[in-house]
Design a protein around this ligand. Structure first.
Ligand code: SF4
Ligand code: FES
Length: 338
């Protein structure tokens, strides 16, 4: 007789879900979906060992488990904390979590410049979204932000360290996707920085993926930089027969020109499959690709402006009064859009 699969029952913001033992709170929340999913600036499900650096995913564990119902004494990083059977977690329904997230965003912005109007990542930057949602109107930081010169890493990628939030994602990409790791984080504390050790060019078939995983505008595509604002482009999913990767990409069109090629991103902003540098940098003609469909864009993204997607609240929010209260602002916007 087949063994019955063990599942842990967890409740996140009042919504129950059953997940396999060993699942993190963040991934359990992702199985539910919608606004109760904590933001993640450093965790990346496709990169082993990622997470635990940025603290944006903090949640409150109000009940540890069925066996030991005591709450956890402090907020925990949901990307690194695994679920227990009977656990009760609060995210957007906890004022304590929202307050802590505000603090984390303030810390992340201590050294990050507010140069969104000139940053290539504007419109698809997770830190920009977070600071709109949780940021203060003015900084309380009285010292000068740390600054660095821009560095060209190879011919196609530029590193602007001023914007780096030290999430380590690009380091994991280089470690796990390429043959020779040639870059990493050197220095400690405020002196930490991404370095290519003697500015060695990162040269590998998959190194372009550091651009896709970077949550801010620290690593950008030199073949696209300053060509256009992302909300003026039209993303279209396409594929080609590529000997190196799956060849499944998103083409970003302006008129008839393909301005850039990226991996396809899922609802959590993570690439579905890593793509090779030939697909990303060398094949920018429509004739290279078989077009599929307009790429789905999150309704909250500025890229969706002018794309006329219907605004629909996720069902988990529509059905849950507690969540509706926590989402008052979003509900008000829905009403305006009706
Ligand atoms: S460059 Fe980008 S991906 Fe790399 S650590 Fe900094 S923020 Fe993270
Ligand atoms: S996503 Fe959990 S600590 Fe960064």
């Amino acid at each position: 007789m087949a063994e019955e699969e063990v599942k842990f029952k967890v409740t996140i913001d009042g919504i129950p879900v059953e997940v396999a033992p060993g699942t993190t709170i963040l991934n359990a929340a992702r199985q539910i979906g919608g606004d109760i999913v904590p933001p993640a600036m450093c965790y990346y499900s496709k990169l082993e060992g990622s997470g635990g650096k940025c603290r944006t995913c903090l949640v409150k564990v109000a009940k540890g488990s069925e066996k030991d119902p005591r709450p956890m004494p402090k907020l925990v990083a949901s990307c690194r904390t695994t679920v227990m059977d009977g656990m009760e977690v609060h995210n957007i329904t906890s004022p304590e979590v929202i307050e802590a997230r505000r603090g984390v965003v303030e810390f992340l912005l201590i050294n990050h410049p507010l140069d969104c109007p000139v940053c290539d990542q504007a419109g698809e930057c997770k830190l920009q979204d977070l600071s709109y949602e949780h940021g203060l109107e003015q900084t309380r930081f009285e010292f000068s932000k740390r600054t660095f010169e821009r560095i060209d890493i190879g011919g196609k990628i530029q590193l602007h360290m001023n914007r780096c939030i030290l999430c380590y994602r690009c380091v994991y990409v280089a470690n796990q996707l390429t043959d020779n790791r040639e870059h990493g984080i050197i220095g400690r504390g405020i002196h930490s920085e991404i370095s290519t050790y003697i500015e060695k060019a990162l040269d590998s078939d998959f190194i372009g993926n550091v651009i896709d995983v970077c949550p801010v505008g620290a690593l950008t595509d030199r073949t696209f930089r300053f060509k256009n604002r992302v909300w003026f482009t039209k993303p279209v999913n396409a594929h080609r027969d590529c000997p190196t990767c799956s060849g499944k990409v998103t083409l970003w069109y302006k008129g008839e020109d393909v301005l850039r090629v990226t991996g396809r991103k899922d609802e959590f902003g993570e690439v579905e499959e890593f793509i090779c540098d030939t697909c990303r940098f060398e094949t920018k003609s429509t004739a290279d690709w078989i077009l599929e469909e307009p790429a789905p864009i999150d309704h909250e993204s500025v890229i969706a402006a002018n794309h006329y997607y219907e605004f629909n609240l996720p069902p988990v929010i529509q059905e849950n009064k507690k969540l509706q209260l926590a989402n008052e602002e979003q509900l008000a916007r829905t009403e305006r859009l009706k």
